[in-house]
Ligand binder design. Structure first.
Ligand code: SAH
Length: 229
């Protein structure tokens, strides 16, 4: 199935907002750590409901915020939610991670939450991110689907778009191969997903409390931060 067909269906049944709620637990920490300044141009790759740009624009006057998504329905929803709060500088574009519709050296910072691994060629996407970033610009790439997070491994079974499952070190190597220096890499814990007391286990989704603690509080979201030289 194409990215468009898969994620148009998600947008139509409200999963854009469901993801926003779950991803916000860690995405907000990633966004707070981005060195975005007034007047910057920011790109959100695989923007979904578009919440990341609204959050950045809430705290910093951007000259432009572009949310790129392969699903027209996601982009339509993101536009509608953004109109409601009136962030004029933020807009949404339908496009693919393979060819970013931006000039070389035109973007100050790129953010991506739980989307990068859907790229049909993630190395090509990293080269594109490097190309569009201004020297000194950053790529904050956050993923919950990655090799060390064994709890994420079966996600591919329920998604018809091929997903790339890299380890933390594969992320670092691929960033470097594309010209992005790795400034930092971290596990951002999700402190908000509620973990019931031991006697509640096993639950429908979790065999043990320890597994749930490892998934949310220890592994969390893998953040890799690249800097364009
Ligand atoms: N960042 C959002 C959405 C994550 S879901 C959040 O945190 O909730 C992943 C999003 O990436 C979907 O909206 C999907 O349409 C988009 N996407 C996946 N592969 C893509 C590709 N190759 N090109 C453009 N967008 C893509």
């Amino acid at each position: 199935m194409s990215v468009r067909d898969e994620f148009d269906a998600w947008a139509a049944d409200g999963r854009d907002k469901g993801m926003e709620r779950r991803h916000w637990h860690t995405a907000k920490h990633v966004l707070a750590g981005m060195p975005v300044e007034a007047g910057d141009v920011v790109l959100d790759l695989g923007t979904g409901s578009g919440y990341a740009l609204r959050a950045l624009a809430d705290t910093t006057p951007l000259s432009a915020g572009y949310g790129l998504d392969g699903s027209p329905e996601m982009a339509d929803n993101a536009r509608e939610y953004t109109r409601e709060v009136g962030h004029e500088a933020v807009g949404y574009i339908v496009g693919d991670f393979g060819t970013l519709p931006f000039a070389t050296d035109s973007i100050d910072h790129v953010f991506s939450m739980e989307a990068f691994y859907y790229a049909s060629d993630p190395h090509e996407t990293l080269r594109e991110v490097y190309r569009v970033l201004r020297p000194g610009g950053t790529f904050h790439c956050a993923v919950n689907y990655y090799e060390e997070n064994e709890y994420s491994h079966d996600w591919q079974d329920s998604i018809d778009v091929a997903m790339t499952r890299w380890s933390a070190s594969q992320y670092r190597a691929a960033f470097r191969a594309a010209g992005l220096a790795v400034a930092t890499q971290a596990h951002v814990p999700d402190e908000e997903t509620e973990i019931p007391p031991s006697e509640a286990f096993p639950t429908e989704s979790w065999k043990t409390r320890e597994a749930m603690v490892e998934r949310y509080r220890e592994l969390g979201t893998l953040l890799t931060v690249g800097v364009a030289a």
